[in-house]
Design a protein around this ligand. Structure first.
Ligand code: BG6
Length: 306
C-alpha cells in the first residue's frame, strides 16, 4: 500500500489476525496489532507522516548514531531515508523464515550521506511477524568499505501503555496501585542523559515512572519485561547483539515542547529500546553485525493488593 505521500508501506499478517505495518520511509515499523486488532505501539496523534523526519511513534531505527553522541543529525540518518525492498537478500538462519511472514529492506548510503559519514555500508532489515503474532526485527550491517568504521544503534520502540504514571489509593483497607514497570534493569549501571550522560547505578527493585526519564542502561540481560498493570499485559523484549537499553519518557514539560507530540500523550507511551550505544560497534572491511529484537505480549496476572 501507499500512504498519502506516495511512500510505500508493507503490511504483514499472521494467520490468527495480528498484523504489522512497515513504512519504507525509515524502514520504520509504524503499527503492530494483536489477534484482536488492538494496537500495541504508540503513535502520536500529532505525528507527521511526511519526509524528511521520522514520524513520532512505532519503531524508528537509530543508525549510525544514537542521540547527539556524534557529529550527525540526532539519531543518525537511517530513520529519515527511504529504504528499498530487497527481493533476495543474503540468507538468514532458516528459523528466521520458518512460519513467519516477513519483508526484507535495504539501505545504502547516498552521495549526500557519504559526505557526512564517509563509510560505505549495506544495512539489511528484516521485519517479521510470527504465527503467534510476535514482532521480530533483524538488522544486519555490513562494511563494504576499505576501512573499518564504528556506529551506534537503537530500535527506538514506542510501546503503548495504559497510563505510565504510578498511582496508589486505599480500597477496603488495602493499597491498590497502578503502574507500568520495567523488570530486568535493576542494579545495573546507566548513563543519565538528563545529567550530562553521567554514570549512576540503579537502586530501585524495578523501574517505575514518576517524572521525565532518559537513560541508557548498560550491559543489560537479553530479556526485559515491561509490565502494564492496568491492561494486565506484559511486553517481553528479547534481544541479541544489543547490550544496552534506552528508557525514555518525556513527561509533562518536554511533551509540551515537542511539536509532533500531544501534551498529554506521555502517559500512553514508554520507549524501551534495545540498543548498542556505550561501546560502539566496529566493523572491519567485509564484516557484518547482527542486532535482533523480538517483542511479544503476554497476559500478566497481577496481585493488585500489597
Ligand atoms: C530518546 C533520547 O531515545 O529519543 C532522547 O534518549 C530524545 O534524548 C528522544 O529526546 C526523542 O528523540 P527525537 O529525535 O525522536 O525527538
Amino acid at each position: 500500500t501507499k500512504d498519502w505521500n506516495g511512500i510505500d508501506q508493507v503490511v504483514l499478517r499472521s494467520p490468527r489476525g495480528s498484523s504489522t505495518r512497515v513504512s519504507l520511509h525509515g524502514g520504520q515499523v509504524i503499527s503492530w496489532r494483536n489477534d484482536q486488532g488492538e494496537e500495541l505501539l504508540f503513535t502520536s496523534s500529532k505525528a507527521i507522516f511526511k519526509p524528511p523526519k521520522a514520524m513520532r511513534g512505532g519503531i524508528p531505527i537509530c543508525f549510525p548514531q544514537f542521540g547527539n553522541r556524534g557529529s550527525l543529525e540526532q539519531h543518525g540518518f537511517a530513520r529519515n531515508r527511504v529504504w528499498a525492498i530487497e527481493e533476495n537478500p543474503p540468507p538468514l538462519h532458516p528459523n528466521d523464515s520458518k512460519g513467519k511472514s516477513f519483508v526484507d529492506l535495504l539501505l545504502k548510503p547516498s552521495e549526500e550521506d557519504l559526505k557526512c559519514w564517509p563509510h560505505s555500508f549495506e544495512f539489511r532489515l528484516r521485519v517479521s511477524l510470527t504465527s503467534d503474532g510476535d514482532l521480530v526485527l533483524i538488522s544486519r550491517v555490513r562494511n563494504i568499505n576499505g576501512k573499518p568504521f564504528s556506529f551506534s544503534f537503537a530500535y527506538h520502540s514506542y510501546l503503548l501503555v495504559s497510563d505510565i504514571r504510578y498511582s496508589s489509593c486505599t480500597y477496603k483497607h488495602s493499597v491498590v496501585f497502578s503502574e507500568v514497570r520495567i523488570e530486568g534493569l535493576e542494579t545495573l549501571d546507566y548513563l543519565d542523559n538528563l545529567c550530562h550522560k553521567e554514570r549512576f547505578t540503579e537502586q530501585g527493585d524495578a523501574i517505575t515512572f514518576e517524572s521525565e526519564i532518559d537513560r541508557v542502561y548498560l550491559s543489560t540481560p537479553n530479556v526485559i519485561a515491561v509490565l502494564d498493570h492496568e491492561r494486565k499485559r506484559t511486553f517481553v523484549i528479547r534481544k541479541e547483539g544489543l547490550p544496552d537499553v534506552v528508557v525514555w519518557n518525556p513527561w509533562e514539560k518536554k511533551s509540551k515542547a515537542m511539536m509532533d507530540f500531544g501534551d498529554e500523550e506521555y502517559k500512553q507511551m514508554a520507549c524501551v529500546d534495545g540498543a548498542a550505544i556505550e561501546k560502539p560497534i566496529t566493523l572491519k572491511p567485509g564484516e557484518e553485525w547482527t542486532g535482533r529484537l523480538e517483542i511479544s505480549v503476554v497476559p500478566s496476572s497481577f496481585c493488585s493488593e500489597n
